[in-house]
Design a protein around this ligand. Structure first.
Ligand SMILES: Nc1ncnc2c1ncn2[C@@H]1O[C@H](COP(=O)(O)OP(=O)(O)OP(=O)(O)O)[C@@H](O)[C@H]1O
Length: 278
């Protein structure tokens, strides 16, 4: 494991109603990295995300270590975690991630006031600039609206803006594109790629069962099945030489859906250009 891990998960065990659902899970995400956690439905991905974020339901028992930015946080609920160990989060369900009664602007200015020390007016300007940077058209108008008055893609971009505005070292994105149409999925993946995974931006843990999306975004994958780690390597390596039967299924599905070389994160821009001009 690298010394500069933003996230280090060690011997994570999760029990639901006394039954083991995640067992002895170990992996890390280094600074400047984008890593995907892949696994079939029911394999324990969201429970793992909940444990990392400090959002596990009370009925869920979490044991083992979750270390974010050097702070052990497995036993600390999200709202009580020290500032340097808080993570940004982006979920599939954008409706429940945003307050339906508060305008987008009022929600987005809060982290700029709290985490950047800006005045209310400057925070509104920073929020507006961030929305423009996320390709939200008519950002000033969008700031006045409630979340229910936006499209799913716009809401997901607002959620990403909220996560980034908190200046986290890590963003955990749990199936952020599943509820979106194919074109909006690509836009959100592109934005996530632009906003994460460098030494100046948060590291990313991307949770999905879509290896195609993972290839567009991440360089490395951690694959779980039935709550256990079954494979961990670069996506290039896994696609060339999948070891576990779930990995082989994923790679087969990817080859069937995208014949030829799959688009890796590293050459996504070039491929996108090719696709656009094709
Ligand atoms: N709060 C809960 N109470 C009881 N069982 C739960 C709870 N949360 C999850 N489970 C169970 O734990 C297992 C793992 O769930 P989890 O949501 O982590 O899977 P997942 O890999 O994220 O699946 P998906 O890809 O379908 O979202 C499942 O069998 C699920 O039914």
């Amino acid at each position: 494991m690298t010394a500069n891990a933003v996230l280090r998960v060690d011997e994570l065990c999760i029990h639901v109603d006394g039954q083991p659902v995640v067992s002895d899970l170990c992996f890390h995400v280094a600074a400047g990295e984008r890593v995907c956690l892949l696994g079939p439905s029911g394999s324990g991905k969201s429970l793992t995300a909940g444990a990392i974020l400090g959002l596990s339901p009370r009925s869920v028992q979490v044991d083992g270590s979750v270390c974010i930015n050097g702070v052990e946080v497995a036993d600390i609920r999200a709202t009580r975690r020290p500032m340097q160990s808080r993570s940004g989060m982006v979920f599939q369900d954008t409706h429940s991630a945003l307050n339906p009664l508060v305008s987008v602007g009022a929600q987005l200015r809060e982290p700029f006031m709290r985490f950047h020390g800006l005045s209310r007016k400057s925070a509104m300007e920073a929020a507006m600039a961030m929305l423009r940077g996320m390709n939200i058209e008519r950002a000033d108008e969008v700031m006045q609206r409630s979340p229910a008055e936006l499209s799913g893609g716009q809401r997901q971009r607002i959620c990403m803006a909220l996560a980034l505005a908190c200046k986290p070292a890590l963003i955990v994105a749990d199936e952020p594109t599943t509820a979106l149409d194919v074109l909006t999925q690509q836009e959100v993946l592109k934005l996530l790629r632009e906003c994460t995974g460098t030494h100046d931006t948060p590291a990313l843990l991307f949770i999905s069962h879509d290896i195609g999306a993972a290839c567009r975004l991440c360089e490395r994958a951690v694959i779980i099945d039935d709550g256990r780690l079954v494979e961990s390597n670069t996506l290039t390596h896994i696609i060339a030489n999948p070891q576990h039967h779930f990995s082989r299924q994923l790679v087969r599905a990817l080859r069937e859906s995208a014949p030829g070389m799959p688009p890796y994160a590293a050459d996504f821009d070039a491929r996108e250009g090719l696709l656009c001009t094709a």
